[in-house]
Design a protein around this ligand. Structure first.
Ligand SMILES: [Zn+2]
Length: 418
């Protein structure tokens, strides 16, 4: 049998210009979400898949936000690998602060610039090319491969991956690979669970010169905010597999997620996102609304955090607590064969072994984890994501494409062991 792994690498090296031409066009096909109309960018994916005779269908519960699902089976039964990427991008924000055309897809000094090129049109292009290469090898492969490219990720909306996972069980698979930009120096196997709380504080209120007539809702809000700080001290017992995966990875975590990140990874974090109180300087405020964004680590249930927050709020009889949103912290086995294959292939390609770590921000990978399907994220460094001059390092893009294609190939060939 020919060396198919070497063949994959050769194809990727040979297709650099085709890849970059597609990515440039993909960036120029604006798809900011909100508003979320991705049809122009989706048309390019449709053309890519059609021209190459790749099997796919378009699933669009919202016609402005089409999703793509491609699938093929190998020559014999085996495991099922699913790739996930998204088509929508962050809104542009202030174009005036860019030094490059934000919708230009221009290549300068080994970088390509543009809104969404990094998060995650490069990663989604990787998904398309990986799908194409594996499809070419289908006669040799056991199992099956599915690619998903969705249109409603940036707002965690209902019409993208969430819709597919809920309504199309054929996208579940045995393992999911995401190319979200998380940095080439780590593999992500877990995400904390976001928990959003809102506190409504009500007092009678009064004229500002009669503060003896009513408690001050803003002052109560201030004391409540300080008291909520105790949530950060809730003890967390990290599952053994998480402890093992993270021990010794502190340096990498601080490097990829900014200094200090390792210290909070397995802690409850609290961000008081908004405080809105009072009407006018000389009126004693009768209402104050405080919102909190809490991230719950692996090993503790959001219920325990909600209960503690409820105890704290109960010390302030004028405050009423509301749970606005909650998700469980979700993690996949850091010792799963796919995780180890990604680490092994990155080590062979780039000379360093990326530790498996917990992700601070959320990705669609959580939807597969929520089903019990192991999901791993490996992607390019998120240069200037959601900021001016978003760009990709082109060498990283091809490195990530090789790492994913080879890992999926190895996993299938090993029958899911690896
Ligand atoms: Zn993304």
């Amino acid at each position: 049998m020919p060396d198919l792994r070497a063949q994959i690498v050769e194809w990727i090296d040979g297709d650099r210009d085709v890849f970059l031409d597609f990515l440039g066009d993909f960036v120029r096909a604006k798809s900011p979400n909100p508003p979320g109309d991705t049809r122009e960018a989706a048309a390019l994916i449709e053309r890519f898949l059609t021209e190459r005779d790749l099997p796919f269908e378009v699933i669009a519960p919202n016609p402005d936000m089409p999703n793509f699902v491609g699938n093929f089976k190998g020559s014999r039964p085996g495991p099922h690998v699913v790739f996930n990427g998204h088509i929508d991008v962050f809104p542009l924000g202030d174009a005036g602060t860019w030094t490059q055309d934000p919708w230009g897809g221009e290549v300068v000094d080994g970088r390509m610039y543009g809104r969404g090129v990094n998060d995650m049109k490069a990663g989604t292009t990787t998904v398309l090319f990986a799908f194409m290469y594996l499809h070419r090898l289908r006669e040799h492969l056991p199992g099956q491969v599915t690619m998903t490219a969705v249109s409603d990720e940036e707002t965690f909306g209902p019409d993208g991956a969430r819709y597919l996972v809920a309504n199309h069980p054929e996208v579940h698979g045995d393992v999911c690979l995401s190319t979200e930009p998380t940095g080439i120096h780590s593999v992500r196997f877990a995400e904390k669970g976001p928990l959003w709380l809102k506190f409504n504080i009500r007092t009678p209120g009064a004229h500002g010169a009669y503060p003896h007539k009513s408690a001050n809702a803003n002052e109560i809000g201030a004391r409540l905010i300080l008291a909520l700080g105790a949530l950060r001290d809730i003890p967390v017992e990290s599952p053994e597999a998480i402890q093992r995966a993270l021990s010794g990875a502190e340096e990498v975590i601080d490097k990829v997620a900014s200094p200090g990140a390792a210290a909070i990874l397995q802690k409850v974090t609290l961000n008081i996102g908004t405080v809105n109180g009072g009407v006018k300087q000389n009126m004693l405020p009768g209402t104050c609304v405080v919102t909190a964004d809490i991230r719950v680590p692996m090993g503790i249930s959001p219920d325990a955090v909600i209960a503690r927050a409820g105890e704290i709020a109960a010390e302030f009889p004028q405050a009423e607590m509301e749970v606005v949103g909650r998700q469980e912290p979700l993690w996949s086995d850091p010792d799963h064969p796919m995780c180890r294959l990604l680490q092994k292939n990155v080590e062979e390609l780039a000379g360093f072994r990326p530790p498996a770590i917990v992700s601070l921000p959320g990705t669609d990978a959580r939807l597969w984890r929520g089903l019990g399907v192991p999901a791993y994220v490996y992607g390019i460094t998120p240069f200037n994501v959601a900021m001016a001059d978003e760009y990709v390092d082109i060498e990283e893009v091809f490195h990530v494409t090789k790492a994913h294609t080879l890992s999926a190939f190895d996993y299938l060939m090993a029958g899911g062991n690896g």
